[in-house]
Design a protein around this ligand. Structure first.
Ligand SMILES: Nc1ncnc2c1ncn2[C@@H]1O[C@H](COP(=O)(O)OP(=O)(O)OP(=O)(O)O)[C@@H](O)[C@H]1O
Length: 245
């Protein structure tokens, strides 16, 4: 088993001093008017993935998809439950995060490589391939902040894919690039999956989930509606959407 998630629940605390600011917090404390509210963004989600599985996470806006991914990647510790990941993991969540706008594209590529745990020697071997795939050859020595947001995501995708992780996690990234890059990146992902990696993808494009994923996880308001065969769940989700209209 590559990934096992058991009863994962994640709670956000709303209205604490991080939300309202320290001044408002002190004022409300003095007036005895300070209350926090808890909100379960993910509530009791369980699934398992084997080598080579490709999971599509589907569900309405705010269902908890991105929050769940944060628990899988270890960015957040679940409030309840647990996630076990056996292998190296590369995540593309907030695409531009982890890059330094003032460093060049080349420097950022090495930086991201180091963050993923790869040596400089390994990155030297991979660098040309990464830049070629991203199509950013002309921008190599320009500051990262000069890239368009589509170009930034192309770079992030190229780095994550070409360093060959055991687990690849993608949050809506495939919908960011333009048509040509999307096709190329879908092909690259299929290659990675066929090479045995386990992939998780969050997508609002059901056709993408159908064509690429073998399994799906459907969430609504933090709760798990179902986990199972991708085609079957996409059918059910489509039916749900048509009834909602
Ligand atoms: N840092 C936070 N503090 C409080 N609430 C949050 C925080 N981040 C997300 N939420 C809430 O948690 C819920 C789940 O958010 P999440 O981003 O995981 O949903 P999603 O399924 O990825 O949505 P979308 O499809 O719109 O991207 C939402 O109601 C959101 O408002």
């Amino acid at each position: 088993m590559i990934i096992e998630a058991k009863d994962v629940s994640i709670r956000y605390i709303l209205g604490d001093f991080k939300d309202i600011g320290i001044k408002e917090y002190v004022l409300r404390k003095i007036k005895r008017n300070y209350h926090v509210r808890e909100f379960w963004a993910v509530d009791g989600v369980s699934f398992t993935l084997e080598r080579g599985d490709m999971l599509g996470i589907i569900g309405s806006n705010g269902a908890g998809k991105s929050t769940l991914l944060k628990a899988v990647t270890g960015i957040m510790v679940p409030t309840k439950g647990w996630v076990k990941v056996n292998g190296s993991i590369a995540a593309l969540l907030e695409l531009a995060s982890g890059f330094d706008g003032d460093l060049t594209v080349r420097e950022n590529t090495y930086l991201r490589g180091a963050m993923l745990g790869y040596t400089r020697k390994f990155m030297n071997e991979k660098y040309e391939e990464i830049i070629d795939f991203s199509g950013l050859q002309e921008f190599q020595d320009r500051p990262f902040k000069q890239l368009s947001s589509g170009m930034k995501s192309r770079l992030a995708f190229s780095i994550a894919c070409l360093v060959r992780p055991d687990v690849l996690i993608l949050d809506e990234v495939l919908s960011v690039g333009d048509g040509a890059f999307r096709k190329k990146s879908e092909e690259k992902m299929m290659e990675i999956i066929n090479g045995g990696a386990t992939t998780i993808l969050v997508s609002h494009l059901l056709e993408q989930v159908r064509s690429m994923c073998n399994k799906a996880l459907w969430l609504e308001r933090g709760k798990q509606i179902a986990f199972g065969d991708a085609n079957e769940l996409c059918d059910r989700y489509e039916e749900f959407l048509s009834q909602k209209k």
